[in-house]
Write a protein that binds this ligand. Structure first.
Ligand code: AKG
Length: 266
């Protein structure tokens, strides 16, 4: 009997791609076969040292996460058909009682990069608010801030704690501001971080694209009711930043969209 063919990647639509450009992250819920999340979490619970990049060798079922159609589809959509899974990966185990992690960007603090590098954050077990969730700050991926200054920032308006169920997988822009809360629970919090990169520029969209997605003119007064991708790029303001900052972000979003669709930047 031959094995069933793997399911094709589930591509993102225009709205999801526009949303990613605006927020710098998306959250997937993987329907892995029964028992996979639990076995991975149990293997991590039993580990007393961190194998670093060798975590996928130590817990081979992690490959099922990388091979999941939602993960492959989202990465194909955002990073291109030939995206690379980097060799670096890391088990981020937050022990009970461990403190918060300050805000930081993993990238090199350069404002204005496109969609070239990505973090994948996989959570094999539920993460409750007291377990030290990862916290992301939507829309900060195109903003540079010196790391030593960012460390002093405290409660940033609009921050999103990734309080998630087992099998959640977040894809974030490499420069998205993030940190963690303290683990005030009695349980270890597990997260496996993967890195992905684009290997070449798009000649055309690599997602489920409607050529009409950017046509039509948006109405500022009706922006709250609109779910059109063009209106997301123009109007969304997840951190409620000032008008002078917002227009720079909007210009950046349109440039990234143009690049992803294989057209010259406006
Ligand atoms: O452990 C976490 O949730 C976040 C880890 C982190 O900030 C990082 O890997 O850069």
């Amino acid at each position: 009997m031959s094995a069933a063919a793997p399911a094709p990647p589930t591509l993102l639509d225009d709205r999801a791609v526009a949303d990613y450009i605006v927020r710098g992250y998306l959250l997937l819920q993987l329907d892995l076969p029964p028992g996979v999340n639990e076995r991975i979490a149990a293997a991590l619970d039993g580990m007393r040292s961190n194998p670093g990049d060798a975590i996928t060798g130590a817990v081979p079922e992690l490959h099922r996460v990388l091979d999941h159609p939602l993960v492959q589809g989202a990465l194909t959509s955002l990073a291109g058909r030939d995206y690379r899974v980097m060799d670096h990966r890391h088990w981020h185990c937050k022990e009970p009682g461990s403190p918060s992690m300050p805000w930081h960007q993993d990238g090199k603090n350069v404002r204005g990069q496109g969609l070239d590098r990505f973090l994948g954050l996989y959570y094999p077990a539920d993460v409750t608010a007291d377990m030290g969730p990862t916290i992301v700050v939507p829309g900060t991926h195109f903003r540079n801030a010196p790391t030593d200054r960012m460390r002093t920032y405290t409660n940033i308006r609009g921050q999103v704690p990734l309080v998630v169920g087992a099998g959640a997988f977040a894809i974030t822009h490499y420069d998205l501001w993030h940190g963690t809360a303290a683990n005030r629970s009695l349980r270890r919090r597990h997260m496996i971080k993967f890195l992905f990169s684009r290997t070449r520029r798009n000649a055309r969209p690599t997602w489920d694209h409607d050529p009409e997605a950017m046509s039509g003119s948006g109405d500022w007064n009706r922006r709250a009711e609109s779910d059109r991708p063009i209106d997301q790029l123009r109007f969304a303001n997840p951190l409620n930043v000032s008008q002078t900052d917002h227009y720079k972000e909007v210009a950046k979003r349109h440039a990234v969209w143009a690049e992803l669709t294989g057209r010259p930047a406006p």
